[in-house]
Design a protein around this ligand. Structure first.
Ligand code: FES
Length: 123
């Protein structure tokens, strides 16, 4: 079951959610802004960048800080806690000059699709 996490987008999501996909209105997402929604057991961050939509886990693999509070620079989302960086297209770690004490840190990503102005995230 989809639960609201924040803002108007989540309420829209509730009306448009489907059993296996979670759907959203493309026009409600602002370029470069991050919106978070919850599923049964995880938080997903949606990011519109260059008119594409990316979906990644909202949980930083370092110490679990919410990536929503980070900053987006081009396609790199930098965690607000210790500045580790992740490519929103692949989830791969991006070298931000911070020491990484973990093998292959990566954020989970999810496939997205936009049809008739509605975003679907394959979970
Ligand atoms: S919790 Fe994200 S970099 Fe430390």
């Amino acid at each position: 079951m989809l639960e609201p996490y924040e803002g108007k987008l989540s309420r829209t999501v509730l009306r448009r959610g489907r059993a296996s996909n979670r759907s959203f209105l493309f026009d409600k997402l602002k370029e470069g802004k991050i919106k978070v929604f919850t599923t049964d057991n995880k938080q997903i961050a949606l990011i519109k960048k260059d008119n594409e939509v990316y979906a990644i886990s909202n949980e930083c693999p370092h110490e679990g800080c919410p990536l929503k509070s980070g900053t987006l620079d081009d396609f790199t989302l930098k965690c607000g806690c210790h500045n580790w960086g992740f490519d929103i297209r692949t989830g791969e770690n991006v070298d931000t000059g911070e020491y990484i004490d973990m093998d292959d840190p990566k954020v989970e990503t999810f496939e997205t699709k936009v049809e008739n102005g509605i975003i679907s995230v394959l979970l």
